[in-house]
Ligand binder design. Sequence first.
Ligand code: SAH
Ligand code: SF4
Length: 368
Amino acid sequence: MIDVLNLTKAGLRDWVASLGEPEYRAGQLDHWIYREFVWDFNAMTDLPRGLRVRLDSEARIGIPKTVAESASVDGLTRKILLRLEDEHTIETVLMLYQDAPNSPELEEPHNPGPDFKRRTVCISTQVGCPIGCPFCATGQAGYIRNLSPGEIVAQVLAIARMASPITNVVVMGMGEPLLNYDATWQAIESLTDSERLGLGARRITVSTSGEVPGIHRLAQEKLQINLAVSLHAPDDAVRNVLVPLNRKYPLKELMPAVREYSARTRRRITFEYALIDNVNDRPEQARALALLLKGLLCHVNLIPLNPTPGSPYQRTPYGQVKAFERILQGAGIPTTLRVEKGIEISAGCGQLRQVEERKVGARQLHTV
Ligand code: SAH
Ligand code: SF4
């Protein structure tokens, strides 16, 4: 059975034509799905009844079932657990911000909600992740499969229905997006298409652990989204351990690819750097990082390491975090500390994983 969410705009038009229907039906379907958040063909009242019945028997709109929801104590971070067709589960996070953006890549939204200036959804692109970073819960849980384009875009839809309007999307959930390039890109096209979700490309950020061929591809795309690179170390010796993909694409390959992306797109690159006690947080490492990034239009996002079960790593004490930040800023590198979001519900960076439903007990199940 065809999942309509997996169809590009052109694909949907062709499919509608193959049913012997006029092309504008594709626009009607897009409107219901991406604008009205109606995912039941029978409720699409401007379609003829016969067509609704036919669609219902031949196609589906693959919004995964939300099997658990949790909210942080301050209510500003919400996490949903979605069950896919094959029973695997993925996590998607909504983050609400009342304040001004703290990163240059997150500009003021054109359509702020009544209470919150930014409503950012963090989406996953794979079930698990093959990269295996030792400080990341997703990486430690192993890799299962790529998500389809529909499964990626459905995460934004599921959240948008409960907290519209969504202003930003960060592809920073489970998985390495550039290892699932085609599906991720197709989903981004649905997010940005003016007849679908209609988000500005500048409101979308893709984070990569350093999949160099994917960065080259991204640099060639017409649509210019924001790129974030999970750096975490200024030298290969430490980065080989923290981000195992570095053994395949060391810094001497990664950095030129990032510089090329920046030169072609003139977009500011975000570097993510999770500060880990006694591993990557020494003053000389801050100085080496400043040297590595010299002259590049960029921004460093320092993330105090989020706790994950079984990890040998500890977060850097706050005083040292500030010292690291000062060295970077002193060297002229724009640097911010990432605001911690949803740590107590394990919705923070690197805390997402496949969760069995029974582990998410009734205690965590809130109505949000
Ligand atoms: N796989 C992609 C995108 C998802 S991870 C990537 O690695 O870029 C999103 C971000 O969270 C990455 O920068 C990742 O390195 C970071 N991260 C992972 N585990 C973390 C943890 N325990 N604490 C803080 N940040 C973490
Ligand atoms: Fe994968 Fe990113 Fe986690 Fe590394 S940090 S294991 S690349 S999700």
